[in-house]
Design a protein around this ligand. Structure first.
Ligand code: SF4
Length: 223
């Protein structure tokens, strides 16, 4: 079986097992961007609480977020943790959006993927995973998001070294799957859910839909 076929088989198995994940849970693209920044080192339930605070203060739009004092913004997003740093990150994003794109995400997202990625990575507080989440889930362009769950699952399956190298793992998906935004959306969401409920730190291999093709589980059975 080729690597492309293996990746497609994994996707099909996860999709049939868990069903559609309906990502990203947000009302509009700006909310996706804010969520992508706030979810750094934070549980989603706490991000939701911070986003609800922003909504209740009518601060969940680029213009309002640009105008609100940074300490007030930090207070609103306090539930997401690291709130002072994250407030500065949000400010950096909306300032760039205002300075270069007239507060329009559509204008920013008009870049092609490589240029948009470079632009996002040049903003304070936006790393590879956040940039790619914004490109995939807010701009709706096909790029594969890599996260800790992806690394763990791919390592256990025997498809990556698991050294935590984002730039090393991303091409494996980009070069072996069709560049389909809906596929990448669902695939990443399924990896996250699989990593949360089955391929956990202590994995539940005997109830896993990938167990017969998993290198880690195969080794365990041999021992
Ligand atoms: S068999 Fe176990 S280790 Fe392998 S993917 Fe499934 S849960 Fe993870």
């Amino acid at each position: 079986m080729t690597l492309s076929q293996t990746l497609e088989q994994i996707y099909q198995r996860l999709f049939e097992h868990y069903g559609p994940q309906h990502w990203w849970p947000a009302e509009d693209s700006f909310e996706v961007v804010v969520g992508a920044i706030l979810t750094q080192s934070a549980a989603w339930i706490n991000v939701e609480s911070a986003i609800n605070n922003l909504k209740s203060e009518d601060a969940l739009n680029p213009v309002a977020m640009r105008q609100i004092p940074v300490d007030k913004l930090a207070d609103l997003i306090r539930p997401s943790g690291y709130f002072n740093v994250k407030a500065r990150k949000l400010k950096a994003f909306v300032n760039r959006l205002g300075d270069r794109y007239e507060n329009s995400l559509d204008r920013m997202f008009a870049h092609d993927i490589p240029d948009l990625r470079d632009e996002l990575l040049s903003i304070y507080g936006i790393g590879a995973e956040t940039a790619d989440s914004i490109i995939l889930y807010a701009a709706r362009k096909p790029i594969f998001v890599i996260d800790a769950y992806t690394h763990r699952i791919m390592k256990r399956l025997g498809l990556s070294s698991g050294k935590g190298d984002y730039a090393g793992l991303q091409p494996l998906f980009m070069e072996n799957l069709p560049h389909d935004e809906k596929l990448f959306n669902e695939y990443h969401a399924l990896f996250v859910w699989h990593g949360k409920v089955t391929c956990k730190k202590a994995p539940l291999c005997r109830m896993c839909c990938l167990s017969d093709i998993c290198e880690s589980f195969g080794r365990e059975r041999e021992d």
